[in-house]
Design a protein around this ligand. Structure first.
Ligand code: TXA
Ligand code: MG
Length: 342
């Protein structure tokens, strides 16, 4: 057990001393959970293999799943990566700081443990000002996966982190709720047409508007076929899975509520749009009517359903456009790809 300090940031300009301490802890190889605009991240000095090893231990993360390296200024890109295509600079200019992660060829400075032995590295510059300040104060680049225990939904507020990580990390920096709520878009830029490996708040259309053609990896919407190698190792692991059996239902609110009401029973819950709430005869959590709101609320709802002791959850499918693509991608994993078309 590590003793975990929890610091709360209300006003960044009054908290620079605390953020400096967080940066200093990172600089000496400690683990610090940092807030970002997407989800909370479990940070360590990306250039210190011993520190990075502690991330895998704290999360219970498989060693073959590489980490995203977070930087606070564009210069970090050239420090960590080589053979950087022009498209990467154009994307950085348009979407950084922000919820976009780029996979590029790595330089030797990035230890193999960060990239799980691949010759590539995932890089992102977060926009959250608290995250940026902590990275700046650390004087290094910060490797940070989502700060949840491996396999469960990513943390979108400090309460989630405190539950998962107390006793496992040196410090938790609490800056309230994450603005976006789903993890960053991951795009691979290794030559040929760029490929979206994980959808996020930067949508495929956003990417297209800057670099033209992009592909979406089939694993974004579908279960990885047996024997196929994952382009992003994270895609092959069970993710976002609450204890309850989650079933995703595709259909309008009227068809959805009819189906759910017909399946009412002990421990049965609904995860629905606001507009469906009044039609339901089972206990329900509503995650909003628009995709942005659903992105913000999804992970907290999945955790809440576990707290409520839900046994079966009928979830109303997100729309498959804009940031809805990211919500759909997370929810279909939570459902173990079990979808009923109504
Ligand atoms: O929003 C986010 O991206 C958050 C915050 C903390 O920044 N981080 C995050 O990290 O979601 P994590 O480790 O939970 O997800 C990183 C994903 C994994 O699916 C991993 O397999 C993939 O990115 N990834 C990392 N490095 C890669 C690489 N070199 N090649 C392909 N995929 C990579
Ligand atoms: Mg994660």
């Amino acid at each position: 057990m590590i003793e975990t300090q929890i610091i709360k940031i209300d006003d960044i300009s009054h908290s620079l001393g605390d953020l400096k301490r967080a940066g200093e802890l990172l600089a000496v190889g400690k683990l610090v959970v940092i807030p970002t605009e997407t989800v909370y991240g479990l940070g360590a000095d990306a250039l210190n293999p011993q520190a990075v090893a502690k991330i895998f231990e704290a999360k219970g993360r498989p060693q073959d799943n590489p980490l995203i390296v977070h930087i606070h200024e564009i210069g970090g890109l050239d420090k960590l990566c080589r053979d950087i295509p022009d498209a990467a600079y154009r994307l950085a200019e348009r979407f950084w700081p922000g919820p976009l992660t780029m996979i590029l060829k790595k330089k030797d400075i990035v230890p193999p443990i960060v990239s799980a032995g691949l010759d590539t590295v995932a890089v992102r510059m977060p926009s959250d000002p608290v995250a940026r300040k902590i990275i700046e104060y650390s004087g290094t680049a910060i490797a940070a996966p989502s700060a949840n225990l491996s396999g469960i939904p990513s943390p979108t507020c400090a309460e989630h982190v405190i539950r998962d990580m107390t006793g496992r990390v040196d410090m938790i920096v609490d800056a309230g709720e994450c603005a976006i709520g789903v993890e960053s878009t991951v795009v691979s830029l290794l030559g040929g047409i760029p490929v979206v490996l994980r959808p996020g708040a930067v949508t495929p259309d956003d990417l297209k508007s800057v670099i033209g053609e992009v592909k979406i990896d089939p694993a974004v919407f579908n279960q990885l076929e047996q024997g196929r190698k994952a382009a992003s190792p994270g895609m092959k692991y069970k993710h976002y899975s609450p204890k309850a059996h989650v079933i995703m239902l595709e259909g309008d609110s009227s068809a959805y509520s009819k189906y759910v009401n017909a399946h009412a029973g002990e421990g049965v819950y609904a995860l629905c749009y606001n507009e469906a709430e009044h039609l339901l005869q089972v206990p329900c959590l509503s995650y909003g009517d628009n995709s942005k709101e659903q992105a913000r609320k999804l992970f907290a709802c999945l955790r809440k359903l576990d707290d409520l002791g839900a046994k079966a959850v009928y979830a109303q499918a997100p729309r498959k456009d804009g940031v809805g693509i990211a919500v759909y991608n997370r929810l279909i994993r939570a459902a173990g790809f079990e979808v009923v078309e109504l």
